[in-house]
Design a protein around this ligand. Structure first.
Ligand SMILES: [Zn+2]
Length: 179
């Protein structure tokens, strides 16, 4: 019986040493984990504008019915009914959904379309373009880079220096004049 107990004790000691060895093995794992970290960094750097993500309920609480219809449901205000159509003050036009500055007053021009029009955005990274084949037309939709809100469309019949016309729904813009 004593021999059997001794064998059991020796066996337990081996198991114990086995556990401590496996403990040493886990200490070698962290360096392997750190090598995978740099892989995630370039993806974050590719997106210069941090995304603002909200639930549909939160957007409905924040925005007016008209703003929600345009920004979140890709709606269009009736021509001539939106804000800032004949607005000529110096300043910046921001997205009403997330406050990202989108257009400068310097780039605003009278297009005669019934919607505020600009020949360029403040920064190409702030206004993203998406191909839009809805309503039987081939157009280029423009969206806010931060909140993905629908702004309007961009056409290639604008004035110089770009020849582009950013046709924007005035009701989703918020003007902030120069202090
Ligand atoms: Zn926005």
């Amino acid at each position: 019986m004593n021999k059997i107990l001794c064998a059991l004790l020796i066996g337990l000691l081996f198991i114990g040493s086995g556990c401590s060895q496996s403990g040493q093995v886990t200490t070698t794992e962290p360096p392997a984990a750190t090598t995978s970290k740099p892989e995630t960094k370039p993806a974050a750097q590719d997106s210069p504008v941090l995304k603002l993500v909200k639930t549909d309920v939160a957007w409905k609480q924040q925005l007016s019915e008209d703003q929600y219809y345009i920004l979140r449901q890709k709606g269009t205000e009736r021509a001539g009914t939106g804000k800032y159509l004949n607005h000529k003050e110096e300043g910046l036009y921001h997205c009403v959904g997330c406050s990202l500055p989108l257009f400068k007053s310097d780039a605003k021009f009278k297009s005669g379309t019934g919607w505020p029009s600009f020949y360029e955005p403040i920064d190409a990274n702030y206004v993203l373009e998406i191909k839009d084949n809805s309503h039987g037309m081939v157009r280029t939709e423009i969206v806010c880079a931060r909140c993905d809100g629908h702004l309007g469309h961009v056409f290639d019949d604008g004035p110089q220096p770009t020849g582009l016309r950013y046709c924007v729904n005035g009701n989703i813009l918020e003007f902030k004049g120069k202090p």
